[in-house]
Design a protein around this ligand. Structure first.
Ligand SMILES: Cc1cc2nc3c(=O)[nH]c(=O)nc-3n(C[C@H](O)[C@H](O)[C@H](O)COP(=O)(O)O)c2cc1C
Length: 306
């Protein structure tokens, strides 16, 4: 049986920000959430245009903060900043495939090609903080280099507590079906990630030896997904959830940045509903919060609180 704290919400850049995490936690207070990835440079140099650089995590329950980078010292320094700000654990990104990270910055998935540097970063981060350190990675760089198992051994030797394994290669990106290898012989707990969406997937992961599961895209437009899987929660008033999420986004980013940023969430919430395409087209043209709220209320037939 997978323990409740081993149900994870995956780090999703531009999505698992504080507003989204707040909504998820209103349904699943015990869930373990991982922040979107944060560049070690951005943290250490405290870039001012990024609100998440100033997040404090003390009140956020079980929350891991994910960092990415290739500079060993900066990764350690960034981990310390996040630990000082109340993170419950530090997750190191060793799977991001986007060129800006993996090929231009030699970070993320690049570390699957350079196990020496990966080990140095893991040891430095583990040594820098008193909280647990985890790693999120993929099967390997491409089908000719499926070497996740070696990286797991390096992680275990470096003091990393757990590895989340996305069942794709860097070359596959997000295409195709995730493949989940048997992990019974791994020296540390492995969390399954990739295409997991329901109880049947989860029980399959248990059989393969995984200690937990991590859901990413299944949470989009469904922040109640973990509560649905674990406790059968089906939200009765989706419009009220969308409005709550929007309010949190506006509080956090301000209306000017928040309204355009919320468009993708509005699209995910409405996906599959009748009239979703017209709703999406309309929302994409709205720049005013009140107008957006009206549109949401009209679509879901709810009433916005003033
Ligand atoms: C929009 C988007 C943003 C992502 N951002 C991150 C990230 O910041 N850090 C990370 O380790 N993985 C990131 N991922 C990968 C996911 O965490 C996850 O590994 C992947 O989506 C597979 O899981 P899923 O099938 O449950 O979505 C991202 C994926 C998507 C689609």
């Amino acid at each position: 049986m997978i323990e409740k704290q081993n149900f994870f919400v995956a780090p999703l850049a531009g999505i698992t920000d504080r507003p989204f995490r707040t909504v998820v936690r209103e349904f699943s207070p015990d869930a373990s959430l991982v922040t979107e990835m944060i560049s070690c440079h951005s943290l250490v140099e405290m870039h001012k245009n990024c609100p998440r650089n100033f997040d404090h995590y003390e009140t956020e329950g079980n929350i891991g903060t994910q960092i990415f980078g290739a500079n060993v010292q900066m990764m350690a320094d960034a981990a310390r900043i996040l630990a000082d700000n109340g993170a419950k654990w530090i997750d190191i990104n060793m799977g991001c495939p986007v060129p800006k990270v993996a090929t231009r910055a030699n970070a993320g998935a690049y570390l699957m090609r350079n196990h020496k540097l990966a080990g140095e970063i893991m040891r430095a981060v583990v040594g820098a903080v008193d909280i647990p350190v985890t790693v999120k990675t993929r099967l390997g760089w491409d089908n000719e280099h499926i070497d996740w198992r070696e990286l797991v051994d390096i992680a275990a030797d470096s003091g990393v507590r757990m590895v989340a394994l996305h069942g794709r290669t860097r070359a596959a990106g997000y295409d195709g079906v995730a493949i989940h290898p048997d992990v019974h012989d791994c020296p540390i707990p492995i969390i399954a990630n990739g295409d997991i969406k329901d109880a049947a997937d989860i029980s399959q992961m248990e059989k393969l030896g995984y200690s937990g599961v991590m859901l990413g895209r299944a949470m989009l437009g469904a922040p109640w997904k973990l509560a649905e899987i674990n406790d059968g929660v089906i939200p009765q008033d989706v419009g009220a959830i969308v409005l709550r999420h929007l309010d949190l986004v506006i509080d956090y980013y301000g209306a000017r940045a928040g309204v355009p940023l919320f468009r993708k969430h509005a699209a995910w919430y409405s996906a599959g509903c009748q009239g979703a395409v017209a709703f999406r087209v309309a929302v994409n043209q709205i720049t005013d919060v009140a107008e957006l709220k009206d549109k949401i209320c009209e679509f879901w037939g709810c009433v916005a609180k003033i």
